[in-house]
Design a protein around this ligand. Structure first.
Ligand code: C2O
Ligand code: CU
Ligand code: CU
Length: 479
């Protein structure tokens, strides 16, 4: 079934709410090699897709301000916590130190206190689509759900390719929300909803319902996607238009790769080019159904019975939804696709194989039931020690669990990796990533170069409810 959301947006705007989420802020761009800004996490009432919404935001907007930097830039963020609970900042995907006051997720900022976050982006940092969000264990899902997400763009080589420089560019932050009629956030019931990971029925792009993006006839449009949802997957399809993938989580790939569908797990990013090659009109960007878990008797919200594994099927995100509309402009432009992008050097030698098994137990009602290699997260324990300067090969196995099975998007901080096989098949193209989806019953092999920065950080499942229920571990990089 197709939900046409536009009519609702129109109706809502008639009753006097502003459309869109507050006012879209201007990007904050570095000047003369420095990005210096103030950022506050705060609670408040906003207008979200024409509805009142009690949310958390960075500087009053959802998503938060877009930050734009370049390799070599120095970033200094005067961060203030105006919430009544602990929070902090994580710079997802950046290759910067995980220690001190840089990308340190072990820092926790108490209510009404401030912290200066500071780092220098390496000169050789890859350009790409990154993001920031809070990272306090047990609160990440709830705080991201409430609106604390923002884009962090690194401009660089990809932006300088002539065809890309000349294309139109749009940013699409994909995030769902669940709201009561009075605008209060819906809180999912402890179980099974939390174990599945929370999803909301308001599926928005940049906090807007079915926004329109414009493309020139024969022109190129660069779409930069971020899946900023807690648990929802997006299986994107653009009506009558192929998408040419140009970048993944870790930046550009070798050459454009044609796709009819693009799957984005929570936390994942991708950039595509679209050519205005059809007859002028309006085309829909769809989110197609994707099954990310199987479950037994808990499916109908009923009781669990202890008869072992019963695999009923409940499909999450089981309807196609219109996310946005692509509309042709009057103006024509003639732009060809670029043939080469930025080389992704292969990682040929890996020093050792580790295996990580992601699984869960039934103790989820009160404790941490989601584990990596049998243990839930403990910030005091160091699970993995690696040496800076080495390349390791890891196998990540989806070990399943009682009654239910889930996909788990694996994510690691500080260093990007390359996938070498996914369920025993090699990937269709080489790419740098920081998220790899591990399918139910499947496994993924990756190679990670540990570069530059010693320190302690984490890897985890990016279904943020799973992370908060324990599916995270500590890695220490030693020099
Ligand atoms: Cu998106 Cu550990 O983070
Ligand atoms: Cu991260
Ligand atoms: Cu998971």
């Amino acid at each position: 079934m197709i939900t046409v959301a536009g009519a609702t947006a129109w109706a809502a705007s008639r009753v006097g709410f502003l459309s869109g989420s507050s006012v879209a802020p201007r990007p904050m761009t570095s000047q003369g090699g420095v990005l210096d800004l103030s950022l506050a996490a705060q609670a408040g009432r906003l207008s979200l897709a024409g509805r009142p919404a009690a949310l958390y935001s960075y500087n009053g907007s959802v998503p938060g301000p877009r930050l734009e930097i370049r390799p070599g830039d120095h970033v200094r963020i005067r961060f203030t916590n105006r919430l009544l609970e602990l929070t902090n900042l994580h710079f997802h995907g950046l290759h910067v130190p995980p220690s001190g006051n840089a990308d340190n997720v072990f820092l926790e900022i108490p209510p009404m206190e401030s912290q200066i976050y500071e780092f220098t982006l390496p000169q050789d940092h890859r350009s790409g689509t990154y993001w920031y969000h809070p990272h306090v264990h047990h609160s990440i899902a709830r705080q991201v759900w409430a609106g604390l997400v923002g884009l962090l763009i690194v401009r660089g080589e990809l932006d300088e390719i002539p065809e890309i420089r000349d294309s139109d560019e749009e940013f699409l932050v994909l995030k769902d929300f669940g709201l009561h009629a009075n605008g209060e956030l819906l809180t999912p019931d402890p179980t099974p909803r939390i174990m599945q990971g929370r999803e909301g029925d308001l599926v928005l792009v940049n906090g807007e319902l079915n926004p329109t993006f414009r493309i020139s006839k024969d022109g190129l449009l660069r779409l930069r996607f971020l899946n900023a949802s807690v648990a929802r997957y997006y299986r994107l399809q653009l009506e009558d238009h192929p998408m040419y993938l140009i970048a993944t989580d870790g930046g550009p790939i070798d050459e454009p790769f044609e796709m009819r569908e693009l799957l984005l797990a929570p936390g994942e990013r991708a950039e595509v080019l679209v050519r205005g090659e059809r007859s002028p009109g309006r085309y829909r960007l769809m989110n197609l159904p994707y099954r990310r878990f199987n479950m037994g008797m808990m499916g109908g919200g009923g009781m669990m019975c202890g008869m072992g594994r019963m695999r009923g099927t409940t499909i999450s995100s089981n309807e196609s939804v219109v996310l946005a509309t692509l509309e042709y402009r009057e103006r024509e432009r003639s732009l060809a696709l670029p043939s080469r992008l930025v080389p992704v050097e292969p990682l040929l030698n890996a020093t050792l194989v580790r295996q990580l098994v992601f699984s869960h137990s039934m103790m989820g009602m009160d404790g941490d039931a989601f584990t990596i290699n049998g243990s839930p997260f403990d910030p005091e324990r160091t699970d993995t020690v690696v040496k800076v300067g080495t390349v390791e090969e890891w196998e990540i196995v989806n070990g399943g669990g009682m009654m239910m099975d889930f996909d788990h998007p694996f994510h690691i901080h500080t260093n990007q990796f390359q996938v070498v096989s996914e369920d025993k098949r090699s990937p269709r193209f080489r790419a740098w990533r920081d998220i790899a989806n591990v399918r139910m019953g499947g496994s993924v092999r990756i190679r990670i170069p540990f570069r530059d920065f010693p320190g302690r950080t984490v890897y985890h499942c990016h279904i943020l409810d799973h992370e908060d229920l324990g599916m995270m571990a500590v890695i220490e990089m030693r020099s």
